[in-house]
Structures are given as C-alpha cells and as structure tokens.
Design a protein around this ligand. Structure first.
Ligand SMILES: Cc1ncc(COP(=O)(O)O)c(C=O)c1O
Length: 373
C-alpha cells in the first residue's frame, strides 16, 4: 500500500528528546525552544519567532495581537483549513470569504479591494501548497486601507515570494509542524513576527498573559498577570523533536523536490491531453514541494480517479470543503458565490507525497493515473 502521508524521522528525534529529559527541563521556552527559534529567525529573517503547539494556536495569537474584536471583518480565502478563519471567529470577527484564482487555489488579490469595508481589519493570505500569494499586491492594498496582514504559512516553510521567505512579509505569520507537513513535531507550530511592535505583547500572550519570559531573562524582578493569553508554548520535548527535523531541513527539502519534479515530468503528457491541470506556479513563487495535486475536470472524474488509485492500493485524497458553505458558516456568509473555490473543493486531488516515497513508487502512481484516464 502507498499511503497518502508517512511522517519522516531523521533518526535524531529520540536522542534530543532524551537530552531534554536528562537536562531536567521539560516545560517550554528552554534550550531547544530557543535553538529552534534562533535557527528560524536566522535562516528566514523574522524579527522574532515563537514556537507554538500548533499553527492554529499561532493564528489565535495573531488574532489577539491584531486586536480583532466583535464587529471587525477579516478577509480569508474560502478554500483553506478551518483554523485560518476560526482563530478570528473566536475573537468575534465576521469572516468575509475571498474566492481563489483560476490558476491556483490562492486568494485572488485582484478581487480583494472589492471586499474591503470600513470594518475590515485583517487580510489572511494562505499560501496553498507552499506556493506564494501575490504578496506585493496584498501588502499594497493593506497599506492603502491601513489593514494588518497575517500570512497563513502552515504549508509554506522554506518557500519564497520574489526571493523573500514566506511568512516574513505580512505583519505576522503562522506555520504548522503537524505530522503532515515538510518539517514536523507531531503537533506543532510557530508564530512569525515581522513588525517589532508586536514582540513584547506576543511573548506575554504566549506565556498565559504573564511577563514570565522577561523575568527569566532577568529584565524584571518578578512576573505577574499583564494581559490575556493562554498556554501557547510547546514543551521542550516537542522542541527537541523539532530540532532534529530542522537540522535535516536541506536533505528533506531536496528529496521532496526531486519527487515533486518527477511527478510533474511524468504527468505533463497526460495534462497535454486535457485530462487534468497540473499545479501552476506563478513566476514570483518558489516550490517547497509540500504537496503534489491535480485539478480534475469534474467531481465525477476526481471520484473515479481516487477510486481507481485505491483499487491499486494508492491513497490519494481530496482537500478542503468550501468554508463559506460549511455547516458552521453558511448562514453567516453574505451569499456571494465563490465558484473557483467550489471548483477546487470538487476537483482537486492530492497524490502521495512524503520523504520516504521512492521514485519507483511515483512512477507506479503516474502509470496507474495514465492507464485509467
Ligand atoms: C492552511 C492551513 N492553516 C492552518 C492549519 C492548521 O495547522 P495545525 O494543525 O498545525 O493547527 C492547516 C492544517 O493543515 C492548514 O492547512
């Protein structure tokens, strides 16, 4: 059986987790947490990184930092994971859903301005499959209307927009280290901070509304309750696991890109026969090989493809359901049809993609696709 995903272990995870245990420092914000944050700050150029227990938590921190309140509007693509919207809904925001582009599932920056009202506070571009949204256009619009931008970079580690790492362009950003991502810690995430005015408050929100981080740095002689917050920081055991993955980032990325390129090459002939569309990367975007997807011509064709692959023991899966027509939000949505989003919800299929997938398996998968279309 070829599963859809298989978490990759570099081999050092248990070693570093044992080290954390042996050091006697198990709670958060210790040596491994600092090491991971420093690595990510240096590699990508964030003003500050804070590890979190998930990308969802990082998005919740971002929603608090943006001071989102009841009545505020937040623009989010409808083709995304629930958390991109949920984090802001928890603060009382109304979500104004944006449609995807024709060429890829990212939100259409050209349609953004029409969604802005005097109540708009935040734009949440989601870099689907690690492929950049048009960030220059989004930041230009945000500046014009004095809005904040929170990049949902859950899938976008090590990917760039015009040479700039994703997650470093908006005011804030959120990454995921869930076991389905390129770099993993089981559950895990990170808040990226690019606007220095958010750093102090972010640390307080991260540490249950207290200034404990300042106390441990010796900047204050006691710590106390300063703000709202939660326990957003992971334990050292999780950070130790993550460190083993970050150390092997180059190897992980190189192998994934090799697999992605092989899929792309082998499936190009079938795309030329009009059987489906392959991922379309704009010139401004790099590829971090997070995901390999096809867009079929109809829901029926996608269902048939998934079924045939399953009959050959290959697990391919569809992705998001449109959030604007979800059970929770459909009655709150303003009723605009979002046809591109619905098309991706019906027609997009993701193929197996993980470090330990072999080139031979990619060839088998492509052969099965070729034989059934
Ligand atoms: C775009 C997007 N945002 C947020 C999340 C939530 O990530 P996590 O599971 O780390 O909370 C996901 C999860 O896959 C995602 O795809």
């Amino acid at each position: 059986m070829i599963p859809f995903n298989k978490p990759h272990l570099t081999g050092k995870e248990a070693h570093y987790m044992y080290q954390a245990v042996n050091d006697g420092k198990l709670s958060g914000n210790g040596k491994f947490t600092k090491q991971c944050q420093h690595f990510l700050e240096e590699r990508y150029g964030f003003k500050k990184c804070l590890l979190t227990t998930s990308c969802t938590d990082a998005l919740e921190m971002a929603a608090i930092l943006c001071d989102v309140r009841p009545g505020d509007e937040v623009i989010v693509p409808s083709y995304t994971f629930v958390s991109s919207a949920l984090a802001f809904v928890r603060q009382g925001a109304k979500i104004v859903f944006a449609d995807s582009m024709k060429r890829n599932p990212n939100l259409d920056a050209e349609s953004l301005e029409a969604l802005i009202t005097p109540k708009t506070k935040v734009i949440v571009p989601v870099h689907y499959a690690g492929v950049a949204c048009d960030m220059d256009r989004i930041m230009e619009i945000a500046e014009k209307y004095h809005l904040l931008v929170v990049e949902d970079a859950a899938q976008a580690i090590d990917s760039c927009y015009k040479g700039r790492p994703l997650g470093t362009i908006g005011h804030l950003s959120a990454f995921s280290f869930h076991e389905t991502k390129n770099i993993i810690s089981g559950e895990g995430g990170m808040l990226g901070i690019n606007d220095a005015r958010f750093i102090r408050r972010a640390e307080i929100i991260w540490e249950k509304g207290t200034n404990r981080a300042e106390f441990f740095r010796g900047e204050v002689n006691k710590y106390g309750w300063c703000d709202i917050g939660s326990s957003f920081l992971p334990s050292e055991i999780i950070a130790a696991f993550l460190w083993a993955q970050l150390e092997e980032m180059e190897t992980i990325q190189a192998k994934r890109k090799e697999l992605w390129n092989m899929y792309f090459e082998l499936l190009t002939t079938l795309e030329n026969r009009g059987l489906f569309k392959l991922p379309d990367l704009p010139d401004y975007a790099t590829n971090n090989a997070h995901m390999f997807y096809l867009v079929c011509n109809s829901l029926e064709e996608r269902t048939a493809l998934i079924k045939t692959l399953k009959e050959h023991d290959i697990m391919a899966v569809f992705h998001y359901l449109s959030l604007h027509s979800s059970e929770y939000y459909k009655d709150k949505h303003d009723g605009r049809p979002l046809s591109e989003c619905d098309r991706y919800a019906d027609c997009l299929v993701r193929l197996p993609m993980y470090f330990d997938l072999s080139m031979a398996e990619v060839k088998t998968i492509c052969d099965v696709i070729g034989s059934c279309l």
